[in-house]
Design a protein around this ligand. Structure first.
Ligand SMILES: *[C@@H]1O[C@H](CO)[C@@H](O)[C@H](O)[C@H]1NC(C)=O
Ligand SMILES: *[C@@H]1O[C@H](CO)[C@@H](O)[C@H](O)[C@H]1NC(C)=O
Ligand SMILES: *[C@@H]1O[C@H](CO)[C@@H](O)[C@H](O)[C@H]1NC(C)=O
Ligand SMILES: CC(=O)N[C@H]1CO[C@H](CO)[C@@H](O)[C@@H]1O
Length: 218
């Protein structure tokens, strides 16, 4: 009888101590249209940006949709891979903004420092570059040939308030702007969050304490 009760208690405790669900990513509800479906997405931690992506490791091609509101209407957004460092210097950049004719354009920049931007080739082949302006947000699409069997890339993103003579004008230097960089993990395209195992272990020890407590009780 007592054993049955203990078993029942353990079962209830096991349910109670299950790790909490990982917070839902807002990007999951961003619908980019039937032709724009990506394997994964992530809410980037700065500048209200998000990234949707599919990495084909055999082809070495990373297809992305980068979304962010520009710092002001008529501004720009940019997403980059930095193959040589973690910051802005060296970033192989895709930038999207409204061109002189009012249509959205995507331009590429090999950024070496803070000198005025000059459109240039970048270290990666690109394809299908396109951009849209919807509801205060710029969506930048493209495929970047990052190389086969990559595990991760350094990404950098940015937004600015204006474009002058077809060139994005320097962005603000607020903490949010300066922190807009990180690692994009490509290897684990399907998403169980790795930090869950730590939380799971802690919950397991909670569970063990609970079972010990029950044994003391009976
Ligand atoms: C990845 O790219 C290869 C080579 O281009 C292609 O044959 C394959 O179908 C692609 N895989 C997916 C899942 O699209
Ligand atoms: C980007 O600029 C750096 C520094 O000037 C140069 O070494 C590199 O070759 C450039 N990359 C491309 C793809 O042009
Ligand atoms: C437009 O933006 C607003 C505010 O961010 C949001 O609540 C709304 O869902 C968006 N509409 C569409 C069609 O994306
Ligand atoms: C029920 C319970 O104790 N859940 C905990 C599991 O572990 C995570 C991470 O330590 C806690 O946030 C939960 O409260």
């Amino acid at each position: 009888m007592a054993a049955a009760f203990v078993l029942l208690s353990v079962a209830i405790a096991a349910v109670c101590f299950l790790p909490p669900p990982v917070a839902a990513q807002a990007c999951k509800s961003q619908n980019l249209g039937a032709n724009r479906v990506f394997a994964d997405c992530s809410d980037l931690p700065h500048l209200s940006a998000s990234l949707h992506w599919t990495y084909n490791s055999t082809a070495g091609a990373l297809s992305i949709a980068f979304m962010a509101p520009p710092a002001a209407q008529g501004g720009w957004v940019a997403w980059a891979i930095n193959p040589t460092g973690t910051g802005m210097a060296g970033s192989q950049t895709l930038a999207a903004f409204k061109g002189a004719d009012g249509k959205m354009v995507v331009k590429t920049y090999n950024i070496t420092g803070y000198e005025p931007l000059k459109e240039s080739k970048i270290a990666f082949d690109t394809a299908d570059l396109a951009a849209e302006y919807t509801n205060g947000t710029i969506r930048l699409f493209g495929t970047v040939k990052v190389g086969k069997d990559m595990k991760a890339v350094n990404q950098v993103w940015q937004v600015g308030a204006s474009v002058k003579d077809g060139v994005p004008v320097k962005h603000a230097f607020d903490p949010d702007n300066l922190a807009a960089k990180g690692t994009l993990t490509l290897a684990q395209a399907v998403s169980p969050a790795p930090q869950e195992s730590g939380a799971g272990k802690r919950n397991l020890s909670n569970l063990l304490y609970f079972v010990m407590f029950l044994f003391l009780l009976f």
